[in-house]
Ligand binder design. Structure first.
Ligand SMILES: Cc1cc2nc3c(=O)[nH]c(=O)nc-3n(C[C@H](O)[C@H](O)[C@H](O)COP(=O)(O)OP(=O)(O)OC[C@H]3O[C@@H](n4cnc5c(N)ncnc54)[C@H](O)[C@@H]3O)c2cc1C
Length: 474
């Protein structure tokens, strides 16, 4: 491997340098902001170009514009440093389900803030058209494998099960918490589900949340659209892998493909960084350890998913459906355990582009070194399990995509957001909720980095590094 040192100027970054150009793009009529003397010049580097990193860059840049701070080479810089591509990890492969109030006690306030921000972003960025934002109704129910395989398509709700003799399995009429997601209880009034007839099993699932509190986006498109907004606001983009940080000199060592030489060889370069934000998803623990020698109690949860193109074109219904497929005692007496060969808790998201996203197979190989390697390790059996479960449910469609991604998890299973030390911040561990909680997390980070800890837009007390047992190094 060839290495050479280089300066910022030589990096192949997509940098929007010209303030005039930014002004033109934003169609602003007022004067271009000049440096505000109360804001010292900072070079803020966000490690990770997933939804969390991109949301942080967006809200930081917006806040600086509002404060009239110069975001440019000669002023404050904000750079997203991404090892592969924007939204190449879980942020590009998630379901995109958003919920206002399905969150833990510690992240409840962040959940409400994020839901509001998603709503206002969709209004200002045309989210309905450009990234498939829409409010959805959400349904959940338990279905019996035997009913499904016999084609009856009967829903096993509580009343049905009470009447079934010989069933002593404990079953409720709304799904239990899946390994990754907690549902609220069913709303009082079950409503008929406006699903295509080919979903035989889900014709009268209880409503667990309505359009007031649940929504969806296409997560890859959302992150890409917001990233483009960041560039318009003057945020810079660097492709490379964070290696080490020199606190004194404020330099971040990176390795990136040597684009200029077109040799595929890697080149060591440096990037000015007075302030770091670690938002590297499931790799955040490694980054914190390598750069700062701080231990973050982190793990990850893999998830396979598939995308289907149904035979009938048109918009999918605005519904999210959470199914729990069980094989009741009656079935097990006579038959092989079918439920072991299927995904038992498929999550089905109909998208406005007519495709159907299905996840819920939360197994997979250990976390690879980066997002580039993920496609090579997709497990065919996990994909087959997803396929078998939706076939059983009667969902038709040609599989057009198979995916694997990794949720970042902390040991406490709630996000870690806050200051790790002087000029160092972290935001990760969003588990199954990073798309939902992304905007609020970005806004809070911008408030923390711009030193507004007393007027945070959400209560994150229980999410701060100290609450996770991480010692903050001042
Ligand atoms: C199957 C599945 C379905 C999901 N569905 C939903 C859903 O419906 N709703 C919801 O709210 N959430 C959902 N999630 C969770 C959500 O996808 C994640 O919580 C979220 O994407 C995490 O975002 P992130 O930015 O923290 O991490 P990531 O998206 O993983 O981004 C981290 C980035 O950091 C980069 N990086 C890593 N190391 C370095 C380094 N050293 N230097 C530079 N860059 C680096 C990586 O290349 C990557 O691009 C789902 C997750 C899975 C797996």
């Amino acid at each position: 491997m060839t290495t050479k040192d280089d300066s910022d100027e030589m990096l192949g970054y997509s940098i929007l340098k010209s303030r005039k150009l930014i002004k033109a793009i934003l169609s602003m009529s007022d004067d271009i902001p000049t440096s505000n003397s109360s804001e010292t010049k900072r070079n803020i580097v966000i490690i990770g170009g997933g939804i969390i990193g991109v949301c942080a860059a967006y809200y930081l840049a917006k806040a600086l514009w509002e404060k009239n701070v110069d975001i440019s080479e000669s002023g404050t810089t904000i750079t997203i440093l991404e090892a592969n591509d924007i939204a190449s990890g879980a942020s590009g492969k998630a379901g995109g389900f958003l919920a206002k109030d399905w969150h833990s006690r510690e992240s409840a306030s962040l959940g409400r803030l994020s839901f509001e921000l998603h709503t206002s972003l969709a209004q200002s960025l045309g989210g309905k058209d450009v990234y498939g934002y829409r409010r959805v109704s959400s349904f959940g129910g338990v279905v019996d494998v035997e009913d499904l395989s016999s084609g009856v398509g009967k829903q096993s709700n509580l009343e049905d099960q009470k009447q079934d003799e010989g069933i002593n399995t404990h079953i409720v009429n709304v799904p239990r918490a899946t390994p990754t997601r907690t549902h609220p209880s069913a709303l009082d009034t079950p409503i008929e589900l406006d699903l295509p007839t080919w979903i035989r099993a889900a014709d009268s699932f209880p409503l667990v949340a309505d359009e007031e509190t649940t929504a969806q986006v296409h997560p890859y498109l959302f992150t890409q659209v917001l990233f483009k907004e960041c560039l318009k606001l003057g945020v810079r983009y660097a492709q490379g892998h964070a290696l080490k940080w020199n606190r004194d000199g404020g330099l971040l060592g990176i390795i990136s493909p040597d684009v200029s030489a077109n040799s595929g060889m890697e080149t060591k370069k440096t990037l000015s960084a007075t302030t770091l934000i670690i938002a590297a998803g499931p790799w955040s623990g490694r980054v914190a350890n390598e750069l700062l020698e701080i231990d973050i109690p982190m793990t990850y949860l893999p998830g396979h998913s598939i995308i289907l193109q149904p035979p009938t074109p048109g918009q999918g219904p605005a519904h999210s459906v959470f199914v729990e497929i069980r094989q009741l005692a009656r079935s097990l007496n006579n038959k092989e355990a079918v439920h072991e060969n299927i995904t038992q808790t498929p999550e089905i998201f109909f998208r406005p582009d007519g495709t159907i996203y299905v996840a819920g197979e939360n197994t997979g190989p250990p976390l690879p070194d980066g997002t580039k390697e993920v496609n090579d390790i997709i497990d065919p059996e996990s994909i087959a399990k997803l396929q078998r479960s939706i076939q059983l449910l009667g969902v038709q469609g040609e599989q057009i995509q198979k995916q694997l991604c990794y949720r970042p998890l902390t040991r406490r299973r709630i996000p870690i957001i806050g200051k790790l030390g002087k000029e160092v911040y972290i935001a990760t561990g969003h588990g199954p909720w990073g798309i939902s909680l992304g905007p609020g997390t970005g806004k809070i980070l911008s408030e923390l980095v711009l030193d507004e800890p007393n007027s945070l837009s959400a209560d994150i007390f229980g999410l701060e590094p100290r609450a996770h047992g991480v010692a903050v190094k001042e």
